[in-house]
Design a protein around this ligand. Structure first.
Ligand SMILES: Nc1nc2c(c(=O)[nH]1)N[C@H]1C(S)=C(S)[C@@H](COP(=O)(O)OP(=O)(O)OC[C@H]3O[C@@H](n4cnc5c(=O)[nH]c(N)nc54)[C@H](O)[C@@H]3O)O[C@H]1N2
Ligand SMILES: Nc1nc2c(c(=O)[nH]1)N[C@H]1C(S)=C(S)[C@@H](COP(=O)(O)OP(=O)(O)OC[C@H]3O[C@@H](n4cnc5c(=O)[nH]c(N)nc54)[C@H](O)[C@@H]3O)O[C@H]1N2
Ligand code: SF4
Ligand SMILES: [Mo]
Length: 696
């Protein structure tokens, strides 16, 4: 793992697999080359990774700050001094008028650990506002909350990817890594070669489901009923591991009473999964010596996302398939730094090292590292959607800094969010391009891209990786750390900040020391030497922790907790007016809100425009032909996309990827009903109606 004059060993800028890749200079440009020795992806990359360097010299790239001209109202180029002065003046004015909490910060799970940490500190120490949250609330929040409740710790996978092939059976719930993380499929392929079986629960027969031995094509929003049904059968058929339950868990008896009424035929009616398939799934998982249950956004992005996830954790625990080699529940983290980004303080209720902002000891520790009195650190702020929903209202934020998210496309009920953004006194967006959100801003700041700055990323396994700098940023572009440092200076807090990634990481190590996500023993040099270091790593001599929970869980008594959650239907179910389920997600060639991937020619060609998947029978009933432009409507609004007929989806369900802007936005339709614990919106289920465009 070296960097030579001609080649820089680094990682893909996109998803949480953080595939290792090399950047090689060619004719003055950087190009992507494979890095076969890297242990996670072993040289594999998806089409997004192969084309990632196309954006470094992209003609639409921002190369100067933009400010909104006070006379004509358009964005125009400005100097850094003008842009930064304007931000400091407006933030100060808003805070003087409405109070400190009236300025908000919105971060992203794609930011490096250093930047996520610095953004949290900038909010609490630079702006002294309680209101910071980030897009991970739309992504990992339900799984994180469930992991903490059941195991006392949130690390997405408690084992490295290399353990996957050793599981005899795997249940993957609501995840489509065949498209969302293609190189990870080599681990599932290897599992199958060794005789193991994969079960996929998804309302669509995705490429991942097609690779599985068994596909449970459940009705959207019925995940907890499915989990309870499988546990009911396991109890009935003697597949439950009572020794494990007695030795390593608490709370089973209450759960047993809850699942007693989940008879297979009742669960078939609730979930649409035939009894025979339920029995086969329970048998495969229960009879295997080793088994894993993995979840992804399908069950998690629901207004019952935490309960859904807990229901599958219950199943893993009851079968004795946790806290043992080649066993366990895990969540497949999504964004590039979706794991590290949720540990170091950009969450509304959190301080670095996964500390809690309302815990006096945690506050005192972090205050000492930051060099501020504990009382100066604000309390918890609003969660992502709640923050966006209240923008520009009497008790909401009046000014907002967005760094690493494009909420006009990616937030639920996006039409409303767009309206609230327009109601702000002042909006600042730091981005690589003029995203749909940046287009509404009063000041846009051009940020450096991944290959132009140093930093660390924590992948889906909890492995902390080094992102190396392969080239300086173009003239006129600054790193996010430089931006935050300069703003802190203008707010009179510059002495508490630095923009040097290594110095920030050293501070993060101290801030995280003793916390749940302890990075204190991790250094850039160690990461480079060891191909990444797994947290927790408390101290220089500590080897890091690839596998968690083998001896004890991270709860006070060392036991995992069962949760007797009840199944409740989705917040909105189909009815006469909106007769179909709508679910949303991703396609292989586009990433998230599309700011980056819609600008790469090869990816645009592969996935040029928004569409809705419709079962042919349903399409026929509505008189819709393949490729026709259709209108999809819900209680939030309507969107215009092209129809894609496919027998791989349930006839009662529509599917839309959320990567496109304007009228094609899936999020014009989605339901912002929030999970009570994680504050995760219900991206995965709502009720919809379908019409030909002329009728809509
Ligand atoms: N190509 C690509 N890859 C990506 C990303 C991207 O935007 N594009 N984003 C990255 C990020 S941030 C994330 S979070 C991950 C997400 O990775 P995944 O979770 O794999 O992706 P999704 O497509 O959001 O959802 C997965 C599946 O959930 C199913 N589903 C829908 N409703 C339900 C339901 O009610 N129950 C169940 N069980 N399943 C349901 C959908 O049909 C879909 O196939 O991908 C990462 N990788
Ligand atoms: N309907 C529906 N909506 C969803 C989902 C779904 O499944 N269905 N999934 C949700 C999930 S899981 C997620 S993670 C969110 C993601 O959605 P977003 O939060 O919008 O994430 P991105 O599109 O990755 O936005 C990142 C923005 O930051 C910019 N950027 C990239 N790197 C940097 C950087 O280093 N610095 C700065 N300053 N900017 C940078 C990019 O150009 C882009 O404009 O969407 C959520 N929305
Ligand atoms: S799987 Fe994820 S990390 Fe790997 S190349 Fe594709 S987008 Fe990049
Ligand atoms: Mo995500």
């Amino acid at each position: 793992m070296t960097t030579t004059e001609t080649e820089t060993a680094t990682h893909c800028p996109y998803c949480a697999l953080q595939c290792g890749m090399n950047l090689v200079p060619r004719n003055g440009l950087l190009t992507v080359a494979p890095r076969p020795d890297f242990p996670t992806n072993k040289g594999g990359l998806c089409q997004k990774g192969w084309t990632a360097a196309d954006l470094l010299a992209h003609p639409e790239r921002l190369r100067t700050p933009l400010v909104r001209d006070r006379k004509c109202g358009d964005l125009r180029p400005a100097t850094w001094d003008e842009a930064l002065d304007r931000i400091a003046d407006e933030f100060t004015r808003v805070q003087e008028r409405y109070g400190r909490d009236a300025v908000g910060v919105f971060g992203g799970g794609g930011l490096t650990n250093e930047k996520a940490y610095l953004l949290g500190k900038f909010a609490r120490v630079g702006l002294r506002t309680a209101n910071i949250d980030y897009n991970g609330r739309f992504c990992m929040a339900s799984a994180a909350a469930a992991g903490i409740k059941a195991f006392g710790l949130d690390r997405g996978l408690p084992f490295p990817l290399e353990d996957i092939p050793g599981a005899e059976a795997i249940l993957l719930v609501g995840g489509n890594p065949g498209e969302t993380m293609p190189p990870v499929m080599q681990y599932f392929d290897e599992q199958r070669r060794r005789g193991g079986s994969l079960i996929v629960a998804d309302p669509r027969k995705t490429p991942t489901a097609q690779a599985a031995a068994l596909h449970l094509q459940l009705t959207p929003g019925t995940d907890a009923a499915l989990a309870h049904g499988l546990l009911h059968i396991a109890l009935r058929d003697g597949l439950v591991d009572h020794d494990f339950i007695a030795a390593r868990t608490t709370g089973f008896e209450t759960l047993r009473r809850v699942v007693a009424s989940y008879w297979p035929d009742r669960v078939e009616r609730m979930t649409g999964v035939p009894v025979a398939q339920l029995q086969e799934a329970a048998r495969r998982l229960g009879e295997a010596r080793t088994a894993m249950i993995l979840s992804a956004r399908g069950p998690e992005q629901q207004s019952r996302g935490v309960d859904n996830t807990l229901a599958f954790i219950n199943l893993a625990l009851a079968l004795g398939k946790a806290g043992r080699p080649h066993c366990g529940w895990g969540t497949i983290t999504g964004q590039g730094n979706g794991q590290g980004g949720r540990e170091h303080g950009q969450k509304a209720d959190q301080l670095p090292g996964y500390r809690k902002i309302d815990n006096p000891e945690h506050r005192a520790h972090v205050a000492a590292v930051w060099g501020v009195p504990e009382a100066e650190i604000p309390g918890p702020g609003r969660s992502a959607y709640e923050l966006l929903d209240a923008m520009g209202t009497d008790d909401g934020v009046r000014a907002l800094l967005v760094m690493g998210s494009n909420v006009v496309v990616s937030a639920p009920r996006a039409g409303h969010v767009e309206e609230r953004l327009r109601a702000l006194d002042f909006l600042v967006v730091a981005d690589l391009f003029v995203s749909e959100t940046a287009a509404l801003a009063d000041v846009v700041l051009p940020s450096a891209q991944w290959a132009e700055e140093e930093g660390t990323m924590t992948n889906l396994e909890g492995r902390v990786l080094l992102r190396r700098r392969a080239a300086p940023p173009p003239e006129g572009v600054r790193t996010d750390a430089e931006i935050l440092n300069a703003l802190a200076g203008r707010l009179g807090r510059g002495h508490l900040f630095t923009d040097d990634p290594r110095a920030i990481f050293d501070e993060l190590r101290r801030a995280s020391a003793g916390g749940a996500a302890d990075y204190s023993g991790i250094t850039y040099e160690r990461i480079a030497r060891e191909d990444g270091v797994f947290w927790p790593c408390p101290g220089d001599g500590h080897p890091g922790t690839p596998r968690l929970f083998l001896e004890r869980f991270a709860t006070e008594d060392g036991r995992a907790r069962f949760h007797a959650v009840a199944y409740r239907p989705a917040h909105e179910e189909p009815d006469d007016e909106f007769p179909l389920y709508l679910t949303t997600g991703r396609v292989m060639a586009q990433y998230q809100s599309g700011t980056q991937t819609r600008r790469v020619a090869a990816l645009r060609d592969a996935a040029p425009r928004g569409f809705v998947e419709i079962h042919p029978t349903t399409a026929q009933a509505f008189g819709i032909a393949d490729g026709e432009t259709v209108c999809v409507a819900t209680r939030r609004g309507d969107a215009t996309v092209s129809a894609r007929l496919t027998p791989t989806i349930r006839p009662d369900t529509l599917f839309m990827p959320f990567h496109w802007a304007g009228r094609a936005r899936a999020n014009l339709l989605t339901n912002p009903a929030l999970d009570p614990a994680s504050r995760m919106p219900e991206f995965k289920v709502c009720a919809a109606r379908l019409g030909r465009r002329s009728e809509s």
